[in-house]
Design a binder for this molecule. Structure first.
Ligand SMILES: [Fe+2]
Length: 217
């Protein structure tokens, strides 16, 4: 088995740090502790930012083409961030874990995306890359938003995430083929979704931007 390279180790360690924060937030399964959850929320958004803005683009540049799973992981990120918008409840945390668990495994498992990043950038660039990841700034997050549009966006982004992974499996004979994901992976829509949680957009801007940029009829 090949040892993990520095980017893999760095990103996996950040997963463990986030796992620990979520575990602290859910010690009482019936009542989320908002202090550690807030740290988890901000940390996860920053982690996703590191992947979207630094790690995946660097690996893509080094190999001359996007990582094969990058577009799908970006769609997962959309669902994950949508689930970080409302005040957390045990149900929301369970839904978050239903995406985050498989997502993290696709990144960390042998032959997964972090291995592909290690392989693409090579040992010298890897050290510089980890340094850049370490310096990635905290993302300022907005307060929780429990508005009526939020649940709908959660449903839609979760469905996009689930559908794209189902699409990879061989379809049973009678099942209709899944529709292709409606997010254009080349568009900067994902980062704008992060901005929904992170920027100074008003709630109505937030909704309009989501509809205009993420939900393609
Ligand atoms: Fe990720």
């Amino acid at each position: 088995m090949t040892a993990c390279g520095p980017p893999h180790r760095f990103m996996s360690a950040d997963h463990r740090r986030l796992d620990a924060l979520l575990a602290r937030a859910t010690v009482d399964a019936a009542a989320i502790d908002l202090a550690p959850f807030g740290e988890f929320r901000a940390g996860l958004i920053r982690h996703i930012g590191m992947e979207e803005k630094v790690l995946f683009p660097a690996a893509g540049r080094a190999r001359g083409a996007s990582l094969p799973l990058a577009a799908r992981l970006r769609v997962d990120h959309g669902a994950i961030v949508a689930l970080l918008v409302p005040t957390p409840t045990p149900v929301i945390v369970a839904r978050l874990l239903s995406v985050l668990g498989p997502h993290d495994r696709r990144e960390e498992d042998p032959g997964g995306v972090y291995d592909a990043c290690d392989e693409a950038v090579g040992p010298v660039e890897a050290e510089r890359l980890v340094d850049e990841l370490r310096r990635f700034p905290a993302v300022p997050v907005k307060p929780y938003n429990d508005g009526p549009a939020v649940e709908k966006h959660i449903e839609e982004t979760l469905e996009l995430s689930r559908r794209q992974w189902r699409a990879k499996e061989p379809a049973p004979a009678k099942r209709r083929p899944p529709r292709p994901c409606s997010i254009d992976p080349s568009a900067p829509a994902y980062w704008r979704l992060l901005a929904c949680a992170a920027s100074s957009l008003t709630r109505s801007d937030w909704t309009i931007r989501l509809k205009a940029e993420l939900i393609v009829p």
